[in-house]
Design a protein around this ligand. Structure first.
Ligand code: C5P
Length: 234
């Protein structure tokens, strides 16, 4: 029997790197808050998905009013975020039953395609943990700061051909990710895959998408607007 689908939309960050008063997930892109665009993309891809939105405590009533004012009526379970992304995910997982399949997606990645979401949900029925990755195109340097100046770390070489960037959505069998999140917090947990892998589960990978950017800085906003203006992008 097909597993019930959930998506946890991560939007409890404060967005300090954007340099704006308003956290980046609420900034408008093409007349719509980024967070609304991200949720709509998931619901368009999978109308039967249950949406869990994780928000900063200070912005929960702001988001409720924004949805009301914009007539954005998609049902959402609202969850309060935690001190780090790890703690925010853990809060949301409490709302997910065992035997489901759960996607965890950054609220600031609105440009993920419907195809990637649909294909990943289909494939995730068969594997416990599925992660989208993109090959690294830049040459990577291992550097450290000495007196505020960047210098090479001697002997550290990175072979670019084995480097990939991990994106979201990352999709898991719910009992696997819930068990994994019983681990104690570690600063190395920068995504969900790292938690599940530390717990001892194998990860499976699919190719991600170059345009599935995480809108983090003002430059990313410009890039997102440029991508959305492409006639080939819909
Ligand atoms: O900080 P980072 O760029 O890794 O954040 C990725 C996503 O996790 C963002 O969508 C952000 O809103 C979310 N986040 C969260 N709770 C936190 C920190 C970040 O939901 N405490």
């Amino acid at each position: 029997m097909e597993r019930k689908k959930y998506v946890i939309i991560m939007a409890a960050g404060s967005g300090t790197r954007m340099g704006s008063e308003l956290p980046k997930q609420f900034i408008e892109l093409e007349g719509k808050p980024i967070l609304q665009m991200t949720i709509e993309t998931f619901v368009n891809a999978c109308p039967d998905v249950t949406v869990i939105t994780v928000l900063p405590e200070a912005h929960m009533s702001y988001w409720r009013s924004l949805c009301l004012n914009r007539n954005f009526t998609c049902p959402q379970i609202l969850v309060k975020g935690g001190i780090t992304r790890f703690h925010s995910v853990r809060n949301a997982l409490a709302k997910v039953p065992d035997g489901a399949v759960v996607a965890v997606h950054d609220g600031v990645r609105p440009l993920v395609s419907l195809e990637l979401i649909r294909n990943m949900f289909a494939e995730a029925e068969e594997v416990p943990a599925l992660i989208p990755v993109v090959p690294c195109v830049d040459t990577m340097k291992v550097l450290e700061k000495k007196d505020d100046i960047l210098v090479t770390v001697p002997g550290a070489h990175v072979d670019r051909s084995v480097l990939f960037g991990a994106q979201t959505p990352q999709i898991f069998h719910s009992e696997v990710i819930k068990d994994a999140y019983s681990l104690a917090y570690d600063t190395a947990f920068t995504d969900d895959a790292s938690v599940v892998e530390k717990y001892g589960k194998n990860l499976s990978y699919v190719m991600g998408e170059r345009f599935n950017i995480k809108i983090t800085t003002q430059d990313d906003l410009l890039l997102a607007r440029a991508i959305l203006s492409l006639s080939s992008f819909s």
